[in-house]
Design a protein around this ligand. Sequence first.
Ligand SMILES: [Fe+2]
Length: 352
Amino acid sequence: MLISVDNVVEEMILAKDIYNTSGAILLKEGAHLKKSYIESLKEKGIKTIHIKEESFYDKNIQKVVKESTRKEALNIVQDTIERLPFSQDKNIKQITFIVEKIVDELLNGKNIFMNLLDIKAVDDYTFDHCVDVCVLSIILGKNLNYSRDELIELGKGAILHDVGKILVPQKILKKPDKLTYDEFEEMKNHTVYGYKILQNVPEMSESSIDIVLSHHERYDGKGYPNGLKGENISKYSRIVSVADVYNALTSERVYRKKGKNQEAIEYLTAMKESQFDSYIVDIFIEKIAMYSLNRNVVLNTGERGIVVDINRKFPSRPVVEVLYDESGQKLLRSYCVNLLEHNSIIIDDVVN
Ligand SMILES: [Fe+2]
């Protein structure tokens, strides 16, 4: 792919040799571009170079949190949730540690809203879901200009928001069919169970614990366990409820195939006046859930591809790398289309 030297970033891989005016090789194909090389190319007046496309995309497809951090978080959350309700040991130092780590990675990351939907869960719904909801909530909090301390408080409640489910019988949790009235009442109890599990844990603030109790409260007062309305629901809980519902709708569950991002956005939009804080939903959709890197999309031309770059001011018009033509044939050579420059092309569908 031919790109302007101005857009070259470190670690891209050169796809063709670069020569100077007298024909001597300046840089050989395969070179990993370093800052000093890029500056030297600019000094020598070289305007464009060929780079290997994989390297370009690898560079852009960064995870929102490091894979190692995510794995560590999963282990810690599983360990904590399985220990806390059944032990005298109320120490949650590891939770504080991992939430601080996630917050710092998110505060230091440049491309937060571009990469979000990469944090997808598959198998073990509960623990993955805890980590996803934590990450989503922290990103939302960051977009609401929360301080580091506030983000940590929010993240600790978010990562443990469903801790009470450990006390709900598995046959209810994993039931593929609709729950009976009694089963649903028991399921609802996970909020109160969670509150009780955490209330004597010294490292959890009241605001963090409130998330565990109130993340199923709804703006119109039809939520549980206390039927709180509007601003009587804490802001942290309002944030986590949006992250929780979004993640549940887009994750693989026992009773439902993985939902589409688009459908989850439509659901949140439809419910934003009644169930959620509409301001938080607006921020969530605009900054987070629109389109993210690596999403598979279908264009209205019938072509299919993946989102490879986001236009920050117009998140609904990303850059798409087209990989398949309208008849479903894989292209021998993919190409990129910037939807910002092609107004007639829109994304018809987002597919998993
Ligand atoms: Fe819950």
